[in-house]
Ligand binder design. Structure first.
Ligand SMILES: Cc1ncc(COP(=O)(O)O)c(C=O)c1O
Length: 339
């Protein structure tokens, strides 16, 4: 059964698996002082310029390390209500850092200065947690993508108000594939201070990279990584995966494909009069409402999640390994169930 549930249902890209095999040939120095970790750093520097790179086992870990670098326990992270750090990390940021999250409802998963401004009146009031970081997801949990202009406006606004910008890039590859600009242009050049570069949802067995651009945040980062139990003694196996991912833009090719499959899925399902595509399909997620009687039957054939139990809005995710045939097969099944 091919699933449209999540891009982490997919397996490992063969080139990534080969890279793990390659790194398995001999002994290497542990804790990231190895050939593979320094080669991966070189590749990240070729893309971003000067950057500090640390690794995490998963996206939650990468977010905790990143936010820990930015914040003190009496400070707060501003994020969308839909942000993974708020809705899907079991309170990990607040538990691990002691900070609070100031969440904002959004129309499309994206934060804007207008939404954030009312929270700034807290600054300097000892009775309030102090906003310090704006955390955004790119692409967002609602499948939308911030434009370069939106990113620049948000980062300038943050910095003018003494705030930092964290980017949860679990799906940064899909966002870049959608924007058609370089990784550097859409991150450090816009003013992002710290971000995660997702691997797990784009063909890795596991692993995310924390990329730190703001010099002030670099010094304490390795200690936070260790304290957060995210320092892998055999780091070469994460780094080797990133070497393969970054070589010849494999990350981009996979993300372009996943996004194209989402476009196909949206185009084909929207031809069915009973199906409503509910959100912009900017990256690799399609949100839809279909007749409720068909949901469970469709789930028996292709696993996917109901995004909103109240409205019965569904989320269909495409991966680097989703094929056109699988998309068309899904659409065929849906048509048969609705008939
Ligand atoms: C936006 C976003 N950030 C981070 C993550 C990482 O989560 P995990 O800790 O499960 O790897 C996910 C996974 O669903 C995500 O969608």
């Amino acid at each position: 059964m091919k699933s449209f549930a999540s891009d982490n249902y997919s397996g490992i890209h063969p080139q990534i698996l080969d890279a793990i095999q390659h790194a398995n040939k001999q002994h290497e120095v542990s804790y990231g002082v190895d050939y593979y970790t320094s080669k991966a750093l070189e590749q990240f520097e070729n893309i971003f310029g000067t950057v500090k790179v640390l690794y995490a086992f998963n996206g939650t870990g990468a977010n905790i390390i990143s936010l820990k670098c930015c914040i003190l326990p009496f400070q707060a992270v501003i994020c969308a209500e839909t942000a993974h750090i708020n809705s899907d990390e079991c309170g990990a940021p607040t538990q691990n850092i002691g900070c609070s999250l100031l969440t904002l409802p959004t129309r499309d998963g994206k934060l804007t200065p207008e939404l954030i401004k009312p929270l700034l009146s807290r600054i300097g009031n000892v009775h309030n947690t102090q906003p310090k970081v704006i955390s955004i997801s790119q692409s967002t949990e609602l499948g939308t993508v911030y434009t370069l202009n939106e990113l620049k406006i948000l980062c300038n606004f943050a910095h003018e108000n003494g705030l930092l910008v964290h980017l949860d890039g679990a799906r940064i590859s899909n966002a870049i594939a959608s924007l058609g600009v370089s990784l550097k242009e859409a991150t450090v050049d816009c003013g992002i201070d710290i971000m995660s570069f997702g691997g797990t949802k784009n063909g890795l067995m596991m692993g995310e990279a924390v990329l730190i651009f703001n010099d002030v945040l670099k010094e304490n980062a390795p200690y936070f990584q260790k304290q957060t139990a995210q320092l892998f003694s055999k780091n070469r196996f994460i780094a080797a995966q990133f070497i393969a991912l970054l070589t010849d833009n494999l990350w981009l090719k996979m993300a372009i494909h996943a996004n194209r499959m989402a476009q196909l899925l949206a185009a084909e399902t929207s031809k069915i009069p009973e199906v409503k595509i509910t959100r912009n399909v900017d990256a690799n997620a399609v949100f839809a409402i279909i007749p409720t009687y068909a949901i469970e039957k469709l789930q028996h054939k292709h696993h996917f999640y109901i995004w909103d139990e109240q409205t019965k809005e569904l989320r269909w995710m495409c991966s680097f390994d989703t094929t056109e045939d699988e998309v068309l097969n899904f659409v065929r099944t849906l048509k048969e169930l609705i008939r």
